[in-house]
Design a binder for this molecule. Structure first.
Ligand code: PBE
Length: 318
């Protein structure tokens, strides 16, 4: 892939982030409130089924998804084809901002909604949400976020390679960062995080030789979790004299760019499920430096006031 192509895709990815909340019509309010007042004692299997069938109808057999190019969008298409209970359902894709705005509105009105959800993200701290059980393991139990490097980076920039290889933080680090980022710009939160955690940064940069303005380009996906990790790694690399460019693109392009050598590395891949198809396509042509965050998760999620627990509780569309 040539550089022109990859830069063009960047523009497209940037654009998709600005798509405003798409016209996902408000659901009628009838019935929805009643479903939440069910006394557990009365929850026979039959009643559960009834209320779950009601959910399907109330959400118009639609899952509120995010960007079309996200890994979780592909996982959700797989879920729709693998679960009988989702037969005839659709996934509405627009943007993360549109999904969050729809979630906010529905939540405020205690109306049902089924979203594609993931951690690390602030939404579980902001709203009472639960993942639906996924007995067929389409989304996997736990994901990890990994660091990848282009072939030859270790020889060309051993110091940068070492810092990328060592970079890791926890789910808690990332989620408290993302909560802060509700009030501040991500680069500012990153600076604050590094100021408060210089001991961790010191472990990553320990013994690494300083360079004088060597350029390094990291590809990332445009979600806040990856903007956060990339900004933190950028600051760590800068402490050793690297000049770091961060380029947000779709997940497929992250892998293409690192595999072709157009980008030097990335802290954005989610495995073993979310980005598996892109990973497997390019696996011969990049180096996997292992997890930088463990305990990530993706799946279908609903507000806890909804009376369903599993994807299998749903009913196929007629
Ligand atoms: N996400 C967040 C992305 C990766 C980071 C789970 C929404 C996805 O590709 O699905």
């Amino acid at each position: 892939m040539n550089r022109f192509y990859w830069k063009k895709i960047i523009a497209a990815a940037g654009l998709s982030l600005t798509i405003a909340a798409a016209g996902c019509g408000q659901q009628e309010e009838e019935n929805s409130a009643d479903d939440n007042t069910n006394d557990n004692a009365g929850d026979s299997a039959e009643e559960q089924n009834e209320s779950a069938a009601g959910v399907g109808e109330e959400v118009d057999y639609t899952i509120t998804g995010i960007e079309p190019g996200a890994g979780i969008t592909e996982s959700t298409e797989n879920a729709i084809s693998e679960y009988d209970s989702l037969s005839g359902w659709e996934q509405n894709t627009a943007s993360t901002a549109a999904m969050l705005s729809e979630l906010r509105t529905r939540y405020e009105n205690e109306e049902p909604i089924i979203i594609t959800g993931w951690n690390p993200h602030y939404k579980f701290a902001q709203w009472d949400l639960k993942y639906l059980e996924d007995p067929q393991n389409v989304y996997g139990d736990a994901e990890e976020i990994r660091t990848i490097a282009r072939q030859g980076l270790e020889e060309d920039m051993p110091g940068a390679y070492t810092i990328l290889d060592r970079f890791n933080w926890t789910l808690e680090d990332s989620e408290s960062f993302l909560l802060e980022a509700q009030e501040m710009e991500i680069p500012e939160v990153a600076q604050q995080w590094v100021d408060n955690n210089q001991d961790k940064v010191d472990e990553w940069i320990d013994g690494v030789e300083s360079v004088d303005g060597k350029s390094i380009e990291l590809a990332l996906t445009p979600w806040d979790s990856e903007r956060a990790s990339s900004e933190v790694v950028k600051l760590a690399l800068e402490q050793k004299g690297y000049e770091v460019t961060l380029t947000p693109v779709d997940p497929s392009v992250v892998f293409e760019a690192v595999a072709s050598g157009d980008a030097d590395g990335s802290t954005a891949p989610w495995m073993p499920k979310t980005h598996a198809s892109f990973y497997e396509e390019h696996e011969e042509n990049f180096e996997d430096l292992g997890p930088n965050l463990e305990g990530a998760k993706t799946g279908l999620a609903v507000p806890t006031y909804m009376d369903i627990d599993s994807i299998e509780d749903l009913e196929p569309a007629e």
